[in-house]
Design a protein around this ligand. Sequence first.
Ligand SMILES: [Mn+2]
Length: 278
Amino acid sequence: MLGVPYDGGTTYQPGARLAPFHVRRVSALLQSHHPVHGIDVFRDLRCVDGGNIVFPPFDREAMRAAVEAEIRQLSAALVTPLVFGGDHSVTLPILRALAKRHGPLAVVQVDAHLDLSTAEVWGEDFHHGTVFRHAIDEGLIADGQLYQLGLRGPRGAETDDALARARGHHAVSADEIGERGPKRVCAEVRERIGRHRPVYVSFDIDAVDPAHAPGTGTPVPGGITAREALALVRGLAGTNVIGGDIVEVCPPLDHADITAHLAAHLAWELLAVIATRS
Ligand SMILES: [Mn+2]
């Protein structure tokens, strides 16, 4: 587990740089036994809190370089990285490092937003809304293997998801998750991914309804529930998860640590998925 305390890629309300500290604090509540999978997470995995990756918090290039170097080193040592952002822009250097090792990945992106923007809006090409366009353009994601789960809300234009559709990627809206249930959605995702393909899980907490996760900078009403969010991660057991992140938790906007607790439990579910890898 590593923190990336960076929110210079935030387009609206900042504060996500504080998340690693807060999620660590509330993670004291987590225990080891997973009653659904029937495993002991912290017995079956050797988990280490590696602290935060260090870089100047106002230097986005330095952030990307530091994160990519760190993840590359860990992955060469066969360590599975679990990263706490930070805003979603911290995911790009992680994907770069992991795709260098594993080749093009399957990516499960749980998110309210597509994060496929171009530089058109501000002339800035690297922020939390451009991550997956870069990842697709750079060949970090295998064709048809980006799973965007939890999408909803207004978009800039009808063409916002054109890139993902052109590459055969898979999108499931928050409404569909609510209607069909996370178990069926996950069964379909697992079927498409298969057991062996390397999978990266990027969980943007804004996928979750603001009523269940108020502490995030770009809230969108009508999201999935905390229970659906946990079930979505749990339902990835049986795939080959080689890393993941939980991003966009913004402690200054949180209430009673609701969002931080959810992030800690999502991380625990993801660790359990990693523990069940064959
Ligand atoms: Mn996002």
